[in-house]
Design a protein around this ligand. Structure first.
Ligand SMILES: Cc1cc2nc3c(=O)[nH]c(=O)nc-3n(C[C@H](O)[C@H](O)[C@H](O)COP(=O)(O)OP(=O)(O)OC[C@H]3O[C@@H](n4cnc5c(N)ncnc54)[C@H](O)[C@@H]3O)c2cc1C
Length: 631
């Protein structure tokens, strides 16, 4: 190796010294910044929540976070109304945005924390002072004894708990989040089979149930547990009546020629459920434990004897119970598990807290793994586009476009995969996209944009209001013009959620689709438009409208799942079966965890999911109370 001169050595030493000094200066300024006090003032910041932007105003006084106010936003209030005040109080009390999010409103809480962090940064405050994660004092461990422990306070768990209490049992209801009601807080309607009001009106209830039974069995190719299905359909009426009497369900209405029960307005649901649990579970000596996550079943000699849970302060709640009901809502919140069991990459539209914990607890004590693992509630078309700086109507335009029956839908390979009129029905739209391997595209041309600009979606052949979920649907009519659609489209392209090209080949290349394949797809589709006949999918002629001229746009589109429909196998009393098809003593299940043998694989929509959750919950409550009495 070549020897270095004295000058070189000195220069290297000097450089090292300079580098070390620089690092020291940097490190100390980082350390200083990390602990520096924030300047007093009022600071605005915005961060992305679940549905859109969440603006937050943070006040700093005396170097402390003294106020956090969340501005107007489109987050789902049924989840945020309880969680956000809890989070804000925790941020202020701990003088830190490093506090834990409140379970049940993770996205909104994370957005608020990010916005407060941004405000503190604007005020020159250090993360070391304001971003630390406070370690809560561990609470005291507790052991209790009840008759029935119900895990999960979605509508099935609530029905199980209330009905067990109504029938004399002392109940402990455990809920992982702060929220009672689970997915039912976002649901729209449920189907009715034989509610009192129908019978009073002289409906052909028995006949209708029989027709439904036969149609269901046939639709599911006879691969259902006929006795569970029969029990569900025959008991659904009294279960619905229970919730009508409690004020949670509205009176039956005629919905597109079918009887439906609408759920009461979103914001009124949780208080009604709280009241219902007070009048049942609490009144009969039991309790509701929020922010309490069930971890393992207490199992001894083939019998389930209780459950061990963890509370948010880290303490353990051990519950000895004669019967345990698993009502944890399936595993739709674990998108990896969904993909591994179903092969479907759908966006998660259910609760993030439903990750199959109850199912796995039961499997661990010998419950049967059903053969149809992977059953999903696929629903709705979505678009990932997330536009900022627009009002709600303009922000949702890319989403609405995904629902229009007259626009060509292609897979990521550029091949047409459905009759686009299926987009008028959410279940048909999402299930037909399930074999495309993920994202799909909707084709739009300059001619489409010109028509939308002048005459709204009616001008591009749409004759039905798109069946977008109510919480995502802006107010507009079929003939409401779309004045800013061209700018919206450019911003969608700039945001990376759509691709543009002057020609069909150019737009295909931009979207990484084989141009020759896409050209053939478009030419074939245009020939159907010209002849007024869709030779492939038989889409009605009224929806066959030529693209006329470019430039062209391919908007990314996808679909979501509202949860899973499988996990445990139950009998008609909601007892969980083991691998030899015998009930595991003391173990019951209901709702999404227990629907495995009701569906062959994919659910059929039409309000049956929530109706089964309600009905199976009621049966589980009655069965456990009877079992407890008999012991
Ligand atoms: C947005 C949306 C709209 C819908 N609309 C409709 C509709 O219009 N009609 C229809 O029929 N169906 C609809 N559904 C489906 C229907 O709401 C559900 O199938 C039904 O409510 C499921 O009830 P559940 O009690 O089984 O589960 P969930 O409602 O998922 O409740 C499960 C509960 O268990 C809790 N939990 C999970 N793990 C644990 C644990 N380890 N310890 C303690 N608690 C735990 C969860 O936090 C959750 O609160 C919709 C679903 C969604 C997501």
């Amino acid at each position: 190796m070549q020897k270095k001169s004295h000058f070189q050595k000195t220069a290297i030493l000097g450089l090292c010294f300079f580098a070390v000094s620089l690092l020291t200066v940097c490190a100390s300024s980082i350390a200083q910044k990390s602990v520096s006090l924030a300047r007093d003032g009022v600071y605005d910041a915005v961060a992305r929540g679940r549905n859109g932007d969440v603006p937050v105003t943070t006040t700093i006084s005396g170097g402390k976070i003294s106020g956090v106010v969340v501005g107007e936003n489109i987050e789902t209030t049924v989840f945020t109304s309880r969680a956000v005040p809890v989070l804000i109080e925790s941020i202020i009390q701990n003088n830190s945005y490093g506090v834990d999010v409140v379970a049940g409103a993770t996205f909104t809480c994370s957005a608020i924390k990010t916005a407060v962090a941004n405000a503190v940064d604007q005020a020159g405050g250090g993360a070391g002072l304001y971003g630390r994660r406070p370690v809560p004092a561990r609470g005291k461990d507790e052991t209790i004894t009840v008759d029935v422990a119900v895990i999960g306070a979605g509508i099935s768990g609530i029905m199980a708990a209330a009905n067990a209490a109504d029938n004399g049992a002392k109940v402990a209801l455990l809920e992982k989040t702060t929220i009672l009601g689970g997915c039912s807080l976002q649901s729209y309607s449920t189907i009715a089979y034989g509610v009192k009001a129908e019978i009073e009106r002289g409906e052909r209830t028995d006949e209708l149930i029989r027709e439904k039974f036969n149609a269901w069995i046939e639709k599911e190719m006879f691969r259902v547990d006929a006795s569970l299905l029969n029990t569900y359909l025959k008991n659904a009426g009294s279960a619905m009546d229970y919730l009508i009497d409690c004020g949670f369900l509205g009176q039956p209405i005629d919905f597109r020629g079918r009887i439906r029960l609408m759920l009461i307005p979103y914001d009124e649901r949780q208080p009604i459920l709280e009241k219902m649990l007070d009048a049942t579970v609490v009144r009969s000596g039991g309790a509701v434990y929020r922010e309490t996550t069930a971890k393992t079943l207490i199992y001894d000699n083939g019998v389930v004897k209780g459950v061990v849970a963890e509370r948010s302060d880290g303490s353990t709640l051990t519950i000895y119970a004669k019967a345990v009901v698993i009502a944890t809502g399936g595993y739709g919140g674990d998108t990896q598990m969904v993909y591994e069991t179903s092969g479907v990459r759908a966006e998660m539209g259910c609760l993030g807290s439903t990750i199959g914990e109850g199912i796995k607890m039961a499997w661990a004590v010998g419950a049967k793994v059903p053969s149809n693992l992977g059953g999903l509630q696929l629903h709705q078309t979505l678009t990932p586009a997330y536009l900022q700086g627009y009002d709600y109507f303009h922000m949702r335009m890319p989403l609405i476009i995904g629902y229009l029956p007259s626009l060509l839908n292609v897979s990521g390979k550029g091949i047409r995969f459905r009759n686009e009129a299926w987009n008028n029905t959410p279940v048909a739209a999402s299930n037909s996209a399930a074999f495309t391997g993920g994202n799909t595209f909707v084709l739009v041309s300059q001619s489409t944009l010109n028509k939308l600009e002048q005459g709204g979606i009616g001008a591009v052949g749409t004759d039905l209001s798109p069946s977008i979920p109510p919480e995502l649907k802006p107010a507009f009519e079929i003939d409401t013009p779309w004045p800013n659609i061209k700018k919206v489209m450019e911003d969608t392209v700039n945001g990376g959620w759509a691709f543009k090209g002057n020609t069909i080949e150019e737009v295909a290349r931009a979207a990484r689709i084989d141009p020759a394949v896409f050209r053939e797809t478009v030419d074939t589709y245009e020939s159907y438009c010209e002849n007024g006949k869709d030779e492939y999918f038989d889409k009605p002629a009224k929806y066959l409208i030529s693209y006329e001229y470019g430039p062209y746009y391919l908007i990314e589109s996808s679909y979501n799942q509202l949860g899973t429909t499988t996990g445990l196998v139950v009998n008609a009393r909601m007892q969980v079966l083991d691998t030899t098809d015998n009930p595991i003593e003391g173990l019951y299940s209901c709702g999404s965890d227990a629907a495995s043998t009701l569906y062959n694989n994919m659910y059929t929509g039409q309000g049956d999911c929530i109706a089964f959750a309600i009905t199976s919950g009621k049966i589980a409550g009655e069965s456990t109370a009877a079992f407890v009495k008999g012991r």
